[in-house]
Design a protein around this ligand. Structure first.
Ligand code: HEM
Length: 411
């Protein structure tokens, strides 16, 4: 791996597309954190933070925001005009909860959050179990499978489609749109990626708008109906916000969960963990899921903008400057997690940063946790001889951290 650390100047050179890095970023994180927990990542061109204390504090620091255009103009920031060919993509981003700041953020988040509180989400457990069993029924006789495609991918998309109230049959189409849009968040975006994301955004938004309009006269017990009711009440939710929220939930609701499941299966198999012990009962399962999420989270880097001139952890930032928070590095900080590379479900508390923190803390965390807590024990109980047949590799998609395949056998 080509990793250059200049501790005196706190500068790091490390190509996020270096296979040795994205395949196993943890040794690089450890070396960087030890030398400079706050460092300027030259390849990205902004300051990043790799320690747990720093990442946790900055996620909650109100002097930073996901958004900056509410306090500074593009001209002040020295940003070029938005690219015309990205208009459909930008239109969706503009109304996304993830890209908003209070008070709009609070209004929208409150509307959506009701559907995601643990009490509501728990009701989905039997459906998740049925989906997991159906998937295994479909491939069990083959004796082997690529589990990312066959198991990890179809479950989260069906669950979020059900929760929202979109037909499950749309699953493959939703996955295609979503993958093309999410590619925009990777390092080194090309014009081809932009064009594909714009096309997918347009098609996705058109579908959602048409579907929502059709459902206005057909309200049921699902999230889209709750949002449609809010939309009908003056000032609570605009149609654009409704469309964007549905797209965001469909995207966020599966991408990360697919890879959280894939990474967890890999951890269990590679480390030879005993599924009967780690999934012995509901308490053990919950603790194991937290530790699996800590050890190998699917999302490694989130950014924030300084909303004012600030100095944090010895770094002076000007208003409008971007910073990077390395969730994957924070989760292995030995100052917070003794023996950080070990799987230890006994960590209590386990304050990992996998779902972020502060006002943007993942809305879907209870759902993602439930999907893992239901699906993983079923997989290992039904296929007790499960083993890897090839060394899994990570996708070249940093800051996403997921596998490009998970070949396994059980006969
Ligand atoms: C293991 C799976 C998941 C992981 C690791 C994950 C991770 C995250 C993280 C780190 C954030 C915060 C981003 C930031 O602070 O900038 C976030 C936000 C969010 N996540 Fe998740 N997520 C997962 C699953 C889900 C699911 C299943 C859903 C929805 C159904 C979801 C919906 C959201 C939404 C809507 C936000 C934005 C919240 C806001 O800005 O207020 N996520 N997620």
């Amino acid at each position: 791996m080509n990793l250059f650390i200049d501790p005196a100047r706190r500068r790091v050179r490390l190509d996020p597309r270096d296979p040795a890095f994205f395949d196993d970023p943890y040794p690089a994180y450890a070396a960087i954190r030890a030398a400079a927990p706050a460092f300027f990542w030259e390849d990205y061109g902004f300051w990043c933070f790799a320690g747990h204390a720093e990442v946790s504090a900055l996620l909650r620091d109100k002097r930073f925001g996901r958004q900056i255009l509410h306090v500074m103009s593009r001209a002040e920031l020295g940003w070029p005009e938005p690219k015309a060919h990205l208009a459909p993509f930008d239109a969706l981003e503009q109304h996304s909860i993830l890209e908003m700041e209070p008070p709009e953020h609070t209004r929208l988040r409150t509307l959506v959050n009701r559907a995601f509180v643990s009490r509501q989400v728990e009701k989905l457990a039997p459906r998740i179990a049925a989906l997991a069993n159906e998937r295994i029924d479909a491939f069990e006789r083959d004796g082997e499978a690529e589990l990312l495609d066959a198991f990890a991918t179809p479950i989260p998309v069906a669950v979020i489609a059900d929760l929202l109230g979109v037909p499950r049959a749309m699953g493959p189409q939703l996955l295609d749109w979503s993958h093309r849009m999410v590619a925009m968040y990777q390092f080194g975006v090309t014009r081809a990626v932009e064009d594909s994301a714009a096309d997918a955004s347009r098609a996705f938004a058109d579908f959602m708008r048409g579907y929502a309009r059709a459902r206005r006269a057909d309200l049921k017990d699902d999230l889209i109906s709750q949002l449609l009711v809010a939309e009908s009440e003056e000032g609570r939710l605009s149609e654009d916000e409704l469309v964007t929220t549905c797209v965001l939930l469909l995207n966020a609701g599966h991408e990360a969960t697919v890879h959280a499941i894939g990474n967890a299966v890999r951890t269990i198999l590679e480390r030879g963990l005993d599924p009967r012990a780690i999934f012995a009962d509901a308490r053990a399962t919950a603790a194991a899921v937290e530790e699996l999420l800590r050890l190998d989270p699917p999302l490694h880097l989130f950014t924030r903008y300084a909303l004012e001139d600030v100095e944090v952890f010895g770094v002076r930032l000007r208003r409008g400057e971007k910073i990077g928070l390395l969730l994957g590095a924070a989760n292995r900080d030995p100052a917070r997690f003794p023996d950080p590379d070990a799987f230890d479900p006994g960590r209590d508390p386990n304050p990992h940063a996998t779902f972020g923190g502060g006002i943007h803390f993942c809305i879907g965390a209870p759902l993602a946790r439930l999907e893992m807590a239901v699906a993983l024990p079923i997989l290992f109980a039904r296929l007790p001889r499960l083993r890897l047949t090839a060394r899994p590799r990570c996708r070249d998609a940093f800051h996403f951290h997921g596998l490009d395949g998970l070949r396994a056998a059980w006969s």
